[in-house]
Design a protein around this ligand. Structure first.
Ligand code: HEC
Length: 180
């Protein structure tokens, strides 16, 4: 029994040692077993997260991007729409971040205005959102039902604010507007 316990403890130690010599084991986004990419920092001190467009779809809605940006015709219209079909066919995800950075002053001001705060996210969350923005297949499944009630109400009031006149479809949807 005792030797068995020791063996287990030892192999656990060995695994831990392997983990720390490779990639940060605590980070769930790490693509394990990917060898270091020669001539790059990847696999050594940097990794690329797994990018999940379905998670990105939920985040695009719940984080409130949808308040101002539309995808598949769902969302606000006071910012450029983010439909995949209008994105570059192949894109470096950092270029998306660079675009966001360029737009940051206007976007953060608008977020403070419309949402009362700046939207924050982790690297993993942003990676998932970027995956969604570039995945036409997942975008086709995006409907108003994916947008939490509270955020949905914000889209409606944005339309009101930005265009000065409310569309009839929006009025119908307003029944669902929450009171808070
Ligand atoms: C309150 C409104 C608002 C919210 C919420 C918002 N944005 Fe924006 N966003 C804007 C505006 C306005 C611009 C255009 C700014 C400009 O052109 O200077 C913009 C620009 C961008 C651009 C650059 C588009 C281009 O073609 O250059 C990207 C990318 C972007 N936003 C992504 C996001 C993402 C992702 C989220 C959610 C995490 C988000 N935005 C949330 C208002 C918003």
């Amino acid at each position: 029994m005792q030797t068995k316990t020791w063996l287990i403890a030892l192999s656990a130690l060995a695994l831990t040692a392997m983990g720390t010599s490779g990639l940060a084991a605590s980070n769930k986004g790490v693509i394990h077993k990917v060898p270091a990419v020669k001539g790059t920092m990847l696999g050594k001190h940097l990794f690329l997260p797994r990018m999940d467009p379905r998670k990105g779809k939920m985040l695009f809605a719940s984080k409130g991007c949808v308040t101002c940006h539309s995808i598949n015709g769902v969302g606000g219209d006071d910012a450029p729409h983010l439909d995949a079909k209008t994105m570059p066919k192949v894109m470096n995800p950092f270029d998306f971040v660079a675009k966001m950075w360029r737009a940051a002053p206007a976007m953060i001001a608008a977020q403070n205005d419309e949402l009362g705060h700046q939207i924050l996210f982790t690297g993993q969350e942003l990676a998932d959102i970027i995956a969604f923005v570039h995945d036409p297949k997942t975008q086709k499944t995006f409907t108003l039902n994916d947008v939490p009630e509270k955020v949905r109400a914000k889209i409606m009031s944005d339309d009101e604010d930005m265009s000065g006149m409310k569309k009839d479809e929006d009025k119908k949807d307003d029944k669902k507007k929450s009171s808070d």
